[in-house]
Design a binder for this molecule. Structure first.
Ligand code: 13P
Length: 342
């Protein structure tokens, strides 16, 4: 019923060298990041922080869509304007995280499955009425001795496709996020093999469950060595492994690809996206952009530290990181750009 609308929204999200801003940290994740910086973990401080983000000047020049957490969609600025209205005025499409986090996969030690499918149709209908037009659901896959198992990959792929089908039925573009985690000492090649298995399973399930590929966005990890792997690989290897896996496994019909950052250093995330565009931009049948949380927000959060006097400087940093990633999408990012921030 919504096929054309879904395709148009996916196209708008991927348009004009922009990317997505993930600002959908759950209460637990947001509070942990606040705690690490000594920021009070209260609803009011989360509201202040999200106000800082949505009111950042010129954010809309680099950001096409913002993924929000449920609490945030009902919040307002100090002066009483709803965050959803602020985003609308800026032409930034509002999206929503709809997964409810991960739990242990029974009988599969060390593996996780994502929850949130129960009652999702109803929740999505409510979000559509509020004007939200895309949603995100994240599954996590861990590389460790013997893991991931085929069962874990299959269960998560099935869940992601169920979520995607429910979204499309509700007129909401699904952002399908199967994240192979960077934690561990695995090599680049191990990550490549696992990511390929995961993408294969996910697209198989999306096809089985009749999800329209034009009306969805894939949010994958880059193919990277584990954080504790002695060989950290260079940007060229990372970009070729990632793009060649994607060319093999991601159908050309997909509405777009927007990377998660997954805990990479923020300059590296920009540098790697840039390298993929520079070397393979003309070969890729889909648009490739970013949907970062930490790689856009973290430096700004570290400047803000919960204090009003730091708000402007934090917003400058946020705008800068968003602009660096938009430049990376155009293959125009250089490390020298980092020095341009005053
Ligand atoms: P990171 O960019 O910090 O990985 O977050 C992206 C995201 O949406 C995680 O679900």
């Amino acid at each position: 019923m919504y096929a054309l609308e879904l395709k148009n929204i996916a196209q708008r999200l991927m348009a004009d060298d922009k990317g997505l801003l993930a600002m959908d940290e759950s209460l637990g994740t947001c509070n942990n990041r606040f705690k690490a910086l000594g920021i009070p973990q209260t609803e009011e401080f989360r509201r202040k922080y999200r106000e800082l983000i949505v009111t950042t000047p010129c954010l809309e020049e680099s950001i096409s869509g913002a993924i929000l957490f449920d609490e945030t969609i009902y919040q307002k600025t100090e002066s009483g304007i709803s965050f959803l209205e602020i985003l609308e005025r800026k032409g930034i499409i509002a999206g929503i995280k709809v997964d409810q986090g991960t739990v242990n996969l029974p009988a599969f030690p060390g593996e996780k499955i994502t929850e949130g499918l129960d009652g999702m149709g109803e929740r999505l209908a409510g979000y559509y009425k509020l004007g939200l037009r895309f949603a995100k659901f994240r599954a996590v896959i861990t590389i460790d001795k013997g893991n991931p198992t085929k069962t874990c990959i299959k269960a998560n792929a099935f869940t992601l496709a169920r979520y995607a089908a429910l979204c499309q039925e509700a007129g909401i573009v699904p952002v399908v996020e199967p994240e192979v985690l960077m934690d561990g000492d695995h090599t680049l090649q191990q990550c490549a093999a696992v990511t390929q298995d995961v993408l294969h399973a996910v697209f198989n399930e999306l096809y089985e469950q009749r999800v329209s590929l034009e009306g969805m966005i894939l949010k994958p990890n880059m193919i990277l060595p584990g954080l504790n792997c002695p060989d950290q690989s260079d940007t060229e290897e990372i970009s070729s492994e990632t793009v060649s896996a994607f060319l093999k496994l991601i159908p050309a019909a997909v509405g777009g690809i927007a990377f998660l950052s997954g805990g990479q250093a923020y300059q590296l995330a920009s540098e790697r996206l840039n390298m993929m565009q520079l070397r393979f931009g003309t070969l890729m049948p889909w648009s490739l952009t970013f949907s970062f949380s930490r790689a856009i927000q973290q430096p700004a959060l570290e400047i803000w530290k919960g204090e009003d006097k730091n708000k402007e400087a934090a917003q400058k940093m946020l705008q800068h990181r968003a602009a660096c990633n938009s430049a990376a999408r155009r293959a125009e990012y250089t490390p020298e750009m980092e020095a341009l921030l005053i």
